[in-house]
Design a protein around this ligand. Structure first.
Ligand code: IVH
Length: 638
């Protein structure tokens, strides 16, 4: 994830507000309508008999108060009982038992269908191979969460580190990845755990409340959520949340909040569901996890553009599912503002999966002798005098060609997945290649020989062969990724796509004047300037030349001349669902070709693109005599 759960939820909330105010903007693929993920290759897709929904999230007590108020109002009842439960931070699954035996395990997927992972869940030791008791239900479908304990997670990562494999970000990702392994024997080695929290469907029992559901699950031998409590008032609920917040740090597994559910099943049924979540439940989520640690040292990291970033080296602590021993301090200003010093006891925070940061200093614990931190005047890596630019907080090492750290970051960026995508070439190996003097610039990678690699520690015949073949494989790549690999300032993946689509090939791009770049929709002055400056430097052009000569062959793109396209200046309205594109994609294609997309049909509409199950917009378009396009026709015109 690029942003924390918290930030994601905030964005989702603002989207939902917009959609309420502008219903015509809602698309069928809006994140507000969707629960989860795409099907995974290698697994059979199974339709859920009862959909697997999601929960509305809140981060503050007022919203819980609102929730209770709403429930009371809609049920015309004051005295209610809620089941409050720890919210497990794992992967949702549905397990079906028939005559006491587990017959199927399915992931949540998109909520209406998921991946059949029966063989994988059968390897989880917590899943009873037979339900307990004598009178077993004919069928019982239970819902729960698969997770990985901290202990298992840490051991798995230690093992991966030893094998020089990439580390897993947190126990949730590790559990998700494990469940999707295609070989159940491998899944068994991952030691997954699970807890159940609900019953989707059952024969016989006729369960009246969430509390009863827990009792039934336990009686049948199914492991259930350990932390739960019946509450009647907001005060009781908040007290339980605080209790959970306190025990959370010491639990052997991750939880990310508390789920509050109306206990009575009949009352739940009366309230029903909104699009994707029940009206009778809400999740209170803990925003970000904080922990206390001590700064032992402040080191400086030199980035690929020479920017120096101070980093706090901490006593290792466990936060939000992983052990943290470093936190970014961003820049000199930030350190001054928070008065962060070596030896300080600090509060660090990790929101979701983003890089941890230092929130504040506990001044009461500051050592007697302590001095403010100052940015050194020389690059800690190559010793060059650092440079400051007016109006910028960042300081830079100007030694672009000779600073080893800059080179390491640049090369690592060049070979990364989003750029040249050279597999088997991690930071550690890049470092070895630089230290041995084999790689001084990106194009040197394409000159590496078997003999050179054989001199590297730990490199044997197989690893040499693998690396050389990955390098070879990387040569043919989409043009956009090649643009990324060049490392032009401000050019991320999206911008690279735009530049690729509008220039077609590297020669054209390198000659595009500033005005022409600026004319591309989605490109502003900052990027246009950075791109022109990049291609104005002879050393950059020479390096591109060397790459091309060594066989790198970015696949050029056919440039669409937008003002000649059929869609130019035309107004489209989209309705129904299409097979090949989401509505968002279709809208993007239209806009890229100079067309416009409107929310509702009017006399001005040129085309109505009508997919399956088109509704009232189709009727209106017919009435107004507007040209209606099927998906196939649209495809041809595109
Ligand atoms: S009840 C109809 N209870 O949270 C909603 N969910 O954000 C059913 N989760 O998909 C969900 N602990 O994977 C419920 N005690 C708990 C839970 C829980 C974790 C997960 C579950 C769900 C997600 C929703």
């Amino acid at each position: 994830p690029e942003i924390s759960d918290y930030e994601f939820d905030l964005l989702l909330k603002s989207l939902e507000k917009m959609e309420v105010a502008n219903p015509e903007w809602v698309t069928s693929d809006s994140p507000s309508r969707m629960v989860g993920e795409m099907p995974t290759a290698g697994f059979r897709s199974v339709k859920h008999r009862i959909p697997m929904l999601s929960l509305a999230n809140t981060y503050n007590p007022e919203e819980i108060e609102d929730f209770i108020g709403r429930v009371k109002k809609n049920l015309h009842k004051e005295n209610l009982l809620f089941s409050c439960e720890a919210k497990m931070d794992g992967i949702a699954i549905s397990v079906r038992y028939e005559h006491g035996l587990p017959v199927r395990g399915v992931t949540r997927g998109d909520g209406s269908k998921g991946d059949d992972i029966t063989a994988n869940i059968m390897t989880i030791s917590g899943l009873p191979p037979k339900l307990h008791g004598s009178s077993l239900p004919e069928y019982l479908e239970v819902r729960g969460e698969v997770f990985m304990t901290h202990e298992v997670f840490l051991a798995l990562n230690r093992d991966r580190e030893a094998k020089e494999e990439s580390l897993l970000a947190n126990p949730r990702n590790a559990a998700a990845g494990s469940l999707k392994l295609l070989d159940a024997k491998e899944v068994a080695k991952r030691n997954l755990s699970l807890f159940f929290y609900g019953i989707a469907e059952e024969s016989g029992e006729n369960i009246q409340s969430q509390t009863e559901a827990f009792n039934t699950l336990s009686r049948l031998g199914l492991p259930v959520i350990e932390y739960r409590k019946q509450c009647r008032t907001l005060e009781e609920i908040m007290a339980f949340i605080e209790e959970i917040r306190k025990v959370r740090a010491n639990l052997p597994y991750d939880i990310d909040g508390v789920v509050i559910k109306l206990d009575n099943v009949n009352e739940q049924k009366k309230l029903g569901f909104t699009g994707k979540s029940p009206r009778w439940a809400v999740a209170y989520k803990f925003a970000a996890e904080q922990a206390v640690s001590r700064i032992n040292k402040i080191t400086i990291q030199v980035g690929r553009t020479g920017v120096l970033t101070p980093v706090a080296e901490l006593d290792p602590v466990f936060v939000a599912g992983s052990t943290i021993s470093r936190a970014t301090l961003h820049n000199e200003e930030e350190i001054k503002r928070k008065d962060i010093r070596v030896g300080d006891v600090v509060i660090i925070e990790k929101g979701g999966d983003v890089i941890p940061k230092v929130v504040s200093v506990d001044l009461s614990k500051r050592p007697d002798i302590s001095t403010p931190w100052i940015m050194p005047d020389y690059c800690p890596c190559c010793g060059s005098e650092i440079e400051r630019t007016e109006g910028e907080v960042a300081v830079r090492c100007p030694n672009i060609a000779g600073c080893p750290d800059q080179l390491l970051r640049r090369i690592s960026y060049f070979v990364a997945k989003s750029a040249m995508d050279i597999e088997n070439l991690g930071v550690k190996i890049v470092d070895k290649l630089i230290v041995n003097g084999y790689v001084k610039k990106p194009s040197d990678i394409y000159k590496l020989t078997e003999e050179q690699l054989a001199t590297l520690e730990g490199f044997k015949e197989k690893s040499i062969k693998n690396l050389l073949s990955s390098i070879e494989k990387s040569k043919t790549l989409p043009f956009a990724r090649f643009i990324m690999a060049l490392g032009i300032k401000y050019v991320g993946a999206g911008t690279a796509e735009l530049l690729a689509a509008r220039s077609g090939d590297i020669v054209t791009l390198s000659k595009m004047p500033y005005e022409e770049l600026l004319a591309i929709q989605g490109i502003g002055t900052k990027v246009a300037q950075a791109v022109t400056e990049f291609f104005a430097l002879p050393e950059n052009l020479e390096e591109i030349d060397r790459l091309l000569v060594s066989g790198v062959n970015p696949q050029s793109v056919q440039v669409v001349k937008y003002d000649e396209h059929l869609f130019f200046g035309k107004i489209f309205v989209l309705t129904g669902s299409m097979e090949k594109y989401t509505r968002l994609q279709a809208a993007t294609f239209i806009k890229e070709r100079g067309g416009k997309v409107a929310g509702s049909v009017s006399k001005k509409t040129d085309y109505l693109l009508a997919g399956e199950e088109a509704g009232s917009k189709l009727d209106k378009a017919k009435e107004l005599g507007i040209r209606i396009l099927t998906e196939q026709e649209f495809d041809v015109m595109l």
